[in-house]
Design a protein around this ligand. Structure first.
Ligand code: CU
Length: 95
């Protein structure tokens, strides 16, 4: 998952992601934007936050963070940057 320079208006580089159900995985957040802070939050289908391991606070790039995501059940999970929720968002499909 990449936030390019200008992501505050342009959004994440990827607006869709796929993952396999029932398998924990590592999500790398590559924040390349030195102009604004960003983060990456995953929402369960019910709207609650997916509890990942890793620092999900905002930070200004360039820099990378890794998140350990627990095994998820099949479904559609929204992801977003909490600083720019209207422009930086996408959908993780777990199947
Ligand atoms: Cu952002």
């Amino acid at each position: 998952m990449t936030a390019p320079v200008g992501a505050a208006t342009a959004g994440f580089q990827q607006t869709t992601l796929d993952a396999a159900a029932g398998t924990p995985f590592t999500l790398t957040f590559d924040n390349q934007d030195n102009q604004a802070p960003h983060n990456l939050i995953l929402h369960n289908p019910d709207g609650s936050n997916v509890q990942v391991t890793g620092d999900t606070s905002f930070f200004t790039g360039p820099g990378q963070r890794q998140y350990q995501v627990p095994a998820l059940t099949a479904g559609t999970y929204a992801y977003m940057c909490q600083v720019h929720p209207t422009t930086m968002k996408g959908t993780l499909t777990v199947r």
